[in-house]
Design a protein around this ligand. Structure first.
Ligand code: AMP
Ligand code: MG
Length: 275
């Protein structure tokens, strides 16, 4: 199963060509079973990643309000040791952040070797909300696509494995979810007038997303479009990509772990023999 669509470098993305709720041929029960296996695998991979300390993993989550960025993190990372994983959320920049280049606040929180960091929103806001609301002049944000590609190349060249997910929901699904929040006391804290106001800019956002996905999907930092109208399908699709992307590294990580173990044991033996 490959429910996520990986964007080929240079492909011109039209979001209306991607179904946020495709026919899956999968029952919810089958999906739950598969999800359990995948979360376990992601947890195991994280353990090797951490112990080997050779690579870091950066996962970028983007999507419209209510697209499920928080829910995805909760579900996909359920079996991951919290010590090896950090979540970084990007809000409206502070005055200090605005006084720097847009990547300053981002670069300081990228994952060190051995760690997974998930960006809940990211540097892409600087070509999304900033573009839609003209928070910076066009000549400023136009340059950012290339700057982002260079930045991500720098990270990739320094052993960071990068995956970027666009959680694709329909405008109708967003309306349903916003109304649902009003009905559920435990979700109401998430409500904001701003969410309804942002909805008015839906088409502008789609255009901004299309350009970011078209210009910034690379071999070293690919974008994936995730059908996200159904939460269980969204979780499965994201977990599948993470497991698939990390699996090829497993042998190398485990190889370096056996080497490390042999060295430690030799040191212990030498210490005992010296007595
Ligand atoms: P939330 O994710 O719902 O907590 O909201 C965070 C808000 O911060 C969203 O409305 C984003 O559009 C906004 N935001 C994040 N990054 C930036 C940025 N670089 N410039 C302006 N607004 C941003
Ligand atoms: Mg919000």
């Amino acid at each position: 199963m490959q429910p996520a669509k990986k964007i080929k470098p240079g492909k011109k993305v039209k979001l209306s060509h991607y179904d946020p709720e495709p026919d899956t041929g999968l029952s919810k029960e089958e999906a739950a079973e598969r999800m359990k296996e995948l979360s376990q695998e992601v947890g195991d991979l994280q353990e090797s990643l951490y112990a080997a300390g050779q690579n870091s993993v950066l996962i970028v989550l983007q999507g419209m309000d209510t697209s499920g960025k928080d829910g995805t993190i909760r579900n996909v990372m359920s079996e991951v040791n919290p010590q090896g994983c950090r979540i970084e959320s990007f809000k409206v920049p502070t005055e200090q952040e605005l006084a720097h280049d847009f990547l300053w606040r981002v670069h300081r929180v990228v994952p060190p070797r051995g760690m997974i960091t998930i960006f809940n929103r990211s540097h892409y806001e600087d070509v999304l909300v900033v573009r839609v609301h003209e928070l910076a002049p066009e000549e400023v944000w136009q340059k950012r696509y290339e700057q982002i590609n260079h930045f991500e190349k720098l990270l990739a060249d320094n052993n960071t494995i990068i995956m970027k997910f666009y959680l694709h929901i329909s405008r109708d699904e967003q309306e349903e979810r916003l109304l649902e929040r009003e009905q559920e006391a435990e979700k109401a804290w998430k409500l904001s007038v701003g969410d309804w106001e942002e909805r008015e800019y839906w088409n502008d956002y789609m255009r901004a997303y299309e350009e970011a996905l078209s210009r910034c999907s690379t071999d070293y930092a690919p974008w994936y479009i995730i059908p996200a109208n159904k939460k269980w399908y969204r979780n499965l699709a994201v977990a599948e990509v993470i497991a698939q992307s990390l699996r090829p590294y497993r042998k190398r990580w485990e190889g370096s772990l056996s080497k490390l173990a042999a060295e430690k044991l030799a040191e212990l033996e030498a210490m005992r023999n010296a007595k």
